[in-house]
Structures are given as structure tokens and as C-alpha cells.
Design a binder for this molecule. Structure first.
Ligand SMILES: Nc1ncnc2c1ncn2[C@@H]1O[C@H](COP(=O)(O)OP(=O)(O)OP(=O)(O)O)[C@@H](O)[C@H]1O
Ligand SMILES: [Mg+2]
Length: 304
């Protein structure tokens, strides 16, 4: 796989505060990499460094092997970005923005972006009348307009309604299939996981975990959720037999048993019937990604 971006041992302080501490990762061609972490983790700082917008203390960033820094921007010609808030001129129309920032002024590619992001109805209106989501879509349109090879998107789903979120997601996946690489930040792991191939989880400037999506879901816990004629007795029995029960965050009247083997359902059915407890309902549940993220973050705090 060809490496599009390589960040090596990036460190950055603001004053005395360490905000990035030995951050290293790569993005392959056509890969969508997610950058996830709580507020203040360092996501935007990483993106600004990649874009040569701010200086850093140590490390190196290369795009297609060429170094990027605050004074060296040549490699950024093939990079599109949306960082924090899109810079939008209120008295220009969305269309004016696209024409202004289009490098080849090609009407066809401008029209293509407008239709992909479903912006036709308002694109000729002045941007001062745009809603938050409309501005955000215009920002995304500007980031992908010039067929970049690498796209950096900071919280792209901010302010987007469910339909727009899906449109943007499909657009990103389509572009990645044709070879565009992406680095996308979010603090919502669940949303990001619908597009990414890999995930970098950061907290307080450090990478806590870097995983492919398939490893992340393989690592996640799976549960058997049951409802019985006597849940209290069933719970006591299962605990006595050494089964691991999950705490029920929504306090639903059900029992969640961690799946430790494929035969767990048969075992549980037998165990309950021996004690004359009737099984009334069975369901299967996967641990949701936000719980995994919170668990990883709390583990990392424990180690600190
Ligand atoms: N210009 C600056 N001067 C001083 N400190 C800064 C500056 N920019 C960022 N920081 C600090 O660096 C840390 C990382 O900030 P950053 O904006 O990268 O976080 P983030 O992960 O993008 O957070 P969020 O999810 O809130 O966008 C924070 O502690 C922040 O206060
Ligand atoms: Mg940020």
C-alpha cells in the first residue's frame, strides 16, 4: 500500500503545556482514517500541523515523501481541508466561493460538487443567509473541489442533519474508492466509524490506540440479553455459575450476559430450566462503540 501521509513523533507545546506527545501514524492511499478523542485532546492541533498552519517542536510530517512545515507548503497543493469553521464571506454566494477557490475554474466540476452535496437550491444565494449546516456543506465542498489526493476534515458532520450526514458519508466513501485519502476528526466514534477504515484514538496529546475497524469490532464485547420468569433468581444463579453480567446502563428489566463462547445460549437455557425458570425472550447485543471509546479513555486515565 502506498503511504500518502506520514506523521512521525510529533510533539508540540503551547507555552509549558504539552499538547502533542510523540504522535506517529500513517495514512495509506485511498484510506479513511478517523481521529477521535475528547475536547482538547489535540485533534485540531494535529491537523493544523499537517497543513503547515502552526509550528511544532519535534517530529516530521511528510505527504508523498515531501516534508511539510510552516515554511514548506509545496506538498499541500494536493491537499483539501476544512478546519474548525469554514471561512466564508457573507456577501458572496456559495457559487462565488466555489468559483473563487476552483483552481481550474471548470464549471463541470463545480456543478458536480454542488449536485453531490445537494446544494442546488441555495448555492446562488448569499452565504450570509445560510444555516449552520449549509455553511458546513459549503466548507466540505471547498475541501474536495480541486480533486485533492488527501483531505483533512475537522468535525465535518457538525451541524449536519441526518440526510446531509449520509450524503457527506457517501461522498467520502466514493472518493476514497477512487483513491483519495482522508483524515477525519470527531468526538463521536459511532458516526466516524461508519466511514473509517482505521481509527486513531487520542487523549491529552497521546495516541491511546490505533486500530482497524474490523479489529475494533472484533475486540468489542457481545452480549446475550435474556428476560425470564424470575429475573432476580436467574441473575443470582448465573452469577453463582460464574457468568459475567453487564451492568444495565438504562436499567432495563433484562439480564445481559457476556458471550464467552458460542454455546452460551444452550448452557444458559439448560441451567435455567433445571431451576424451573422460564426463558421468555432472547436477544443478541454488541457493545456500542461509544462505550468502547469511554472504556479506552478511562483505562488510559488509570495508567496515567
Ligand atoms: N493557540 C493555542 N494556544 C494555547 N493553547 C492552545 C492553542 N490551541 C490549542 N491549544 C490547546 O491545545 C490542546 C489541544 O487543542 P485542540 O484544539 O487540538 O483539541 P481538539 O482535540 O481539537 O479539541 P475539540 O474536540 O474541542 O475540537 C488544548 O488543551 C488547547 O487548550
Ligand atoms: Mg478541535
Amino acid at each position: 500500500m502506498t503511504t500518502k501521509l506520514e506523521a512521525t513523533l510529533l510533539s508540540k507545546k503551547f507555552g509549558k503545556k504539552v499538547v502533542l506527545d510523540d504522535i506517529s501514524f500513517t495514512i495509506g492511499e485511498g484510506k479513511i482514517v478517523g481521529l477521535v478523542g475528547p475536547n482538547g485532546a489535540g485533534k485540531t492541533t494535529i491537523m493544523k500541523i499537517i497543513l503547515g498552519l502552526i509550528d511544532f517542536d519535534n517530529g516530521e510530517v511528510t505527504i508523498d515523501g515531501s516534508k511539510v512545515s510552516i515554511t514548506s507548503h509545496q506538498a499541500l497543493g494536493k491537499v483539501g481541508a476544512l478546519i474548525e469553521y469554514p471561512g466564508i464571506y457573507p456577501f458572496l454566494t456559495g457559487y462565488d466561493h466555489l468559483r473563487l477557490f476552483s483552481t481550474n475554474k471548470d464549471t463541470e466540476s463545480i456543478e458536480h460538487v454542488i449536485s453531490e452535496l445537494k446544494m442546488t437550491t441555495y448555492i446562488k444565494r448569499k452565504a450570509k443567509s445560510y444555516s449552520l449546516g449549509m455553511k458546513q456543506k459549503l466548507g466540505i465542498a471547498l475541501a474536495i473541489l480541486n480533486q485533492p489526493e488527501l483531505v483533512i476534515l475537522d468535525e465535518p458532520m457538525n451541524g449536519l442533519d441526518p440526510q446531509a450526514t449520509r450524503d457527506v458519508r457517501e461522498l467520502i466513501i466514493g472518493l476514497a474508492k477512487s483513491g483519495t485519502s482522508f483524515l477525519i476528526s470527531s468526538h463521536i466514534l459511532g458516526e466516524l466509524s461508519k466511514v473509517t477504515d482505521e481509527m486513531i484514538i487520542i487523549d491529552k496529546g497521546k495516541i491511546i490506540k490505533q486500530v482497524t475497524m474490523s479489529d475494533l469490532s472484533a475486540d468489542s464485547a457481545h452480549y446475550l440479553v435474556i428476560k425470564t420468569s424470575d429475573d432476580a433468581a436467574a441473575k443470582a444463579l448465573l452469577l453463582e455459575e460464574g457468568y459475567e453480567l453487564a451492568k444495565d446502563p438504562e436499567a432495563l428489566a433484562s439480564i445481559r450476559i457476556k458471550k464467552t463462547s458460542d454455546s452460551i445460549l444452550t448452557e444458559v437455557v439448560q441451567l435455567l430450566s433445571q431451576k424451573n425458570i422460564q426463558l421468555q425472550d432472547v436477544d443478541h447485543q454488541d457493545e456500542d462503540l461509544e462505550s468502547i471509546l469511554l472504556e479506552l479513555l478511562s483505562d488510559s486515565k488509570g495508567e496515567a
